[in-house]
Design a protein around this ligand. Structure first.
Ligand SMILES: *Cc1c(COP(=O)(O)O)cnc(C)c1O
Length: 391
């Protein structure tokens, strides 16, 4: 866990300087002359021309997240998915092959299953908790491997070290979507990732009021290709959203530490309840990749907990209704705790057998823990469990 500077103050120019970054909503910027514009486009002077190509609030936010991830030259995009698209669509071409973890974020899976094949890019999915499965999925034309360190919604831990070694050996780009882990739990670049993605919408911005993404590559040429693609496709972020995210970042460390401590407590409490048949949390000794989680996350967890209750759909309905202090909403990383039911939301397109193979039953829930008082939160879960077992 690297310490971060919460609010770097800009050098004072003139009489005084604002401590808070100003919001600059201007879409367009006036220049002095055609020659001045030449200098700007040729990179001899630094400035802005048109907001789709870049604006000050996006620059500031990108630099802040670059610093957290230990990277340089990252770009901010209008959503996490547009960051994923900048990588998968911006850096591949017809004839390439892309390997993905089989428990990626739902829309990333859709890009892999529908959009890349439509454009002539082959895709394969495999179990990212096992580097030998990734090795089997590689082909001579494999361009990149996309994984998430902590999988959604089953909280499994990818074999990041093994996959990074494999990718390095084979000259394949390793892309890590680190949304669940955030730079507070792990910096993928320190473990061999070539490209790192964040859905800034989630923990980094943290208040469910801005939709944003960030992506950076270690190779500046790849950053430039993604930047040009994002400008062409209009994957631009709004200045106001960037400003909100920068404000959110000021408390990111505190929110992460507090929510993961509460999540750990909640996981242990759930684990001690008779009607809870399964709890998935990285720091629990019964986690399927407990020792890998310990070495990769260095004893930290995350703010996400998944669990299963007895009683199927009827019990799940009773739980969601009785745990009324918790928003039943399919997002994560908000200041408030949110509860999601993958079988009826993110994973509803799968067959019941497909869901069962992943362990996503009708009694399975995913929780994104927020900043509530831990005792009050556990009392809420207790209400939900009591109601679910009275069915
Ligand atoms: C939410 C999420 C995304 C997509 O981000 P948006 O900002 O909603 O577009 C991508 N990956 C993961 C792991 C996510 O949780």
């Amino acid at each position: 866990m690297k310490p971060t500077l919460q609010r770097p103050v800009a050098p004072i120019t003139g009489v005084s300087t604002p401590v808070v970054t100003p919001i600059q909503p201007s879409v367009v910027y006036a220049s002095q002359s055609p020659t001045a514009l030449d200098a700007q486009y040729e990179g001899r002077t630094q400035g802005y021309t048109y907001a789709r190509e870049g604006h000050p609030n996006a620059t500031v936010l990108a630099q802040r997240i670059d610093a957290l991830e230990g990277m340089q030259g990252g770009i901010v995009t209008g959503s996490g998915m547009s960051a994923v698209a900048a990588v998968l669509l911006g850096l591949t071409q017809t004839g390439d092959h892309v390997v993905g973890g089989n428990q990626l974020y739902g829309r990333s899976l859709r890009l892999m299953a529908e959009d890349l094949p439509r454009l002539g890019v082959e895709t394969s999915l495999c179990d990212a908790t096992d580097a030998s499965e990734v090795a089997k999925a590689l082909k001579p034309n494999t361009k990149m491997v996309l994984i998430e360190v902590v999988s959604n919604p089953t909280i499994r831990i990818a074999d990041l070290t093994g996959i990074a070694e494999l990718c390095r050996e084979k000259g394949v780009l390793l892309v890590v979507d680190s949304t669940f882990t955030t730079p507070r739990a792990i910096r993928p670049v320190d473990h061999g990732a070539d490209i790192v993605i964040q859905s800034v919408t989630k923990l980094l911005a943290g208040h469910s009021d801005a939709t944003l993404g960030w992506v950076a590559a270690t190779d500046p040429a790849l950053n430039e290709r993604m930047r040009v693609f994002a400008v062409t496709m209009g994957l631009t972020a709004s200045p106001f959203d960037c400003w909100l995210a920068e404000r959110g970042l000021a408390t990111f460390d505190l929110r992460f530490d507090r929510t993961q401590a509460t999540a750990q407590r909640l996981a242990d409490w759930l684990g001690a309840q008779k009607s809870v048949t399964k709890v998935l949390y990285p720091t629990r000794p019964d986690h399927p990749e407990a020792s890998r989680a310990q070495s990769l996350l260095q004893g930290q967890g995350c703010n996400m907990v998944s669990f299963e209750i007895e009683g199927g759909r009827a019990a799940a309905d009773a739980f969601a209704q009785a745990a009324s202090g918790i928003a039943f909403a399919p997002t994560l990383g908000d200041v408030g705790t949110t509860l999601s039911h993958p079988a009826s939301s993110s994973h509803r397109a799968l067959t019941p057998e497909g869901r069962a193979a992943m362990g996503v039953s009708e009694g399975f829930f995913r929780v994104s823990v927020g900043l509530e008082d831990p005792d009050a939160l556990i009392a809420c879960f207790n209400d939900g469990l009591t109601a679910s077992q009275g069915m």
